[in-house]
Design a protein around this ligand. Structure first.
Ligand code: ZN
Length: 258
């Protein structure tokens, strides 16, 4: 399974920045997990290959690219883009984004081939198929309803926490999973901002260290994701200070293969 965290901002020379403002993982070039930079960070060749988008939750950094991604292809789509999300998340998209005030309600529009959006609701704690992947959703502990995912292509399995504070269900559920090839875990704020992390339901390196002790996936490579760009330097340093061999920061723009 190939996974790439798409870039979302750029350096002075135009190269992709390591800072992660937005979240969008592209899996095997065809499935997007979240859509933060989906419209902005893909090429014209890549765009039509992506027909399935799976959302953890509806916070802006995870959906900012979604309206633009649909808009870019509005006339050319021969099949609707499938948006896999919980009903809570779909309700937020329809009420707060695709509401004609912020952006057009694409679910009411058709092109010459028909509908352009196909909502595919899933329930927390269930498994569902997306393209060639099997995905299990697990409720995590964020300020709003948010899903973590265990993604498998039949050969490899990768777990992604989504945005979260401390969790129990996620770790218990992973404990019942077959071997994991990689775990992607959020780590938004530095230790000094533990109070803010608590209020906004995110993790700091110290809290992430505690969380990882709950994990039974001892031999699996672990990658920190969702580091707030403003605190990246401190968070990366504090992650290093945890002294966990298999833990590193997921590089933006790099294709990982498991
Ligand atoms: Zn969030």
């Amino acid at each position: 399974m190939k996974i790439r965290l798409l870039p979302s901002s750029f350096e002075k020379d135009g190269s992709a920045s390591a800072r992660q403002h937005l979240t969008c993982f592209l899996i095997d070039d065809v499935v997007a997990i979240d859509a933060g930079s989906l419209a902005m960070a893909i090429t014209d060749d890549e765009r039509p290959l992506i027909q399935d988008i799976v959302l953890t939750h509806a916070h802006l950094d995870h959906v900012a690219g979604l309206p633009l991604f649909i808009d870019d292809q509005f006339s050319s789509l021969e099949h609707p883009i499938r948006i896999h999300a919980t009903n809570e998340v779909i309700d937020v998209l329809e009420r707060d984004i695709f509401n004609w005030s912020v952006y057009p309600r694409f679910s009411e529009l058709k092109n010459s081939h028909g509908a352009v959006v196909d909502y595919r609701p899933f329930e927390q704690g269930t498994e569902f198929s997306v393209a060639h992947l099997n995905i299990r959703s697990i409720a995590v502990n964020h300020r709003v309803p948010c899903s973590g995912f265990v993604v498998s292509d039949g050969l490899s399995t990768v777990a992604i926490t989504g945005d979260t504070a401390g969790m129990d269900t996620f770790w218990e559920s992973l404990g019942n999973s077959p071997r994991l090839d990689a775990l992607l875990i959020e780590c938004a704020f530095p230790n000094e901002l533990e109070e803010l992390a608590r209020t906004s339901h995110h993790l700091t390196p110290r809290q992430m260290g505690r969380e990882l002790k709950k994990s039974k996936q001892h031999d699996c490579p672990i990658f920190a994701i969702n580091i707030k760009p403003a605190y990246r330097k401190e968070v990366v340093k504090q992650i290093g200070e945890l002294g966990i061999d298999r833990l590193e920061v997921l590089e933006v723009g790099r294709t990982y293969e498991w």
